[in-house]
Write a protein that binds this ligand. Structure first.
Ligand code: FES
Length: 184
């Protein structure tokens, strides 16, 4: 798979390396060329495009549909079917609160409410500063540690609603420290 994600974000360097419009357009063209002839190439093309843009705006969906010779409605249907695709920009930290049975009965809903209150957003939304997005999940396979929350790839176990505010503050201070280190 073409790895274009490093050009979009989190490349780890201290430079201001947001890709330009022209670079994004060229990247999307390359993705279409790479996948359009491959059987089952639509999903990896969409995944790679999402890594490049951070989400799948309508213009990207239209261009991919055009490149693959498919109706826009078909490509849009694939995007909305799979939960790992997003039509909206996501925050740097994607908080996913498990609402599977074990987590739900052990307070997952209260944990979700605490995140909503702390971040002042609803499920499916992103904070105005693009730091946090809030989502729900259905069992992360860690039911014995319920309620479980994932923040990007990190699993947080036995999360207590009363400690959600502190958890968010710790993520923010860790992010600030990492940013300071990168620019030092
Ligand atoms: S129900 Fe939440 S991890 Fe299984």
């Amino acid at each position: 798979m073409t790895d274009l994600s490093a050009t979009a974000a989190d490349c780890g360097c201290a430079c201001a390396c947001e890709p330009s419009e022209a670079e994004l357009a060229a990247g999307l063209d390359a993705i279409i060329v790479e996948y359009r002839e491959k059987p089952g190439g639509l999903i990896p093309a969409l995944q790679t495009a999402q890594a490049l843009f951070g989400y799948l705006p309508e213009t990207v969906i239209r261009k991919i549909a055009d490149g693959f010779g498919k109706p826009v409605s078909e490509v849009a249907g694939v995007v909305t079917f799979y939960s790992f695709f997003t039509l909206h920009p996501r925050g740097k930290f994607v908080v996913r609160v498990c609402l599977g049975t074990a987590c739900y009965v052990r307070g997952g809903k209260e944990v979700l409410d605490a995140f909503k209150k702390k971040l002042e957003i609803d499920v499916g939304e992103t904070t105005p500063d693009r730091m946090f997005s809030l989502e729900v999940g259905r069992c992360f396979g860690a039911c014995g540690m319920a309620p479980v929350v994932m923040v990007n790839d990190d699993v947080h176990q036995r999360v207590k609603p009363a400690l959600v505010g502190e958890m968010v503050n710790q993520i923010l201070s860790g992010n600030a420290a990492a940013s300071a280190k990168e620019t030092a």
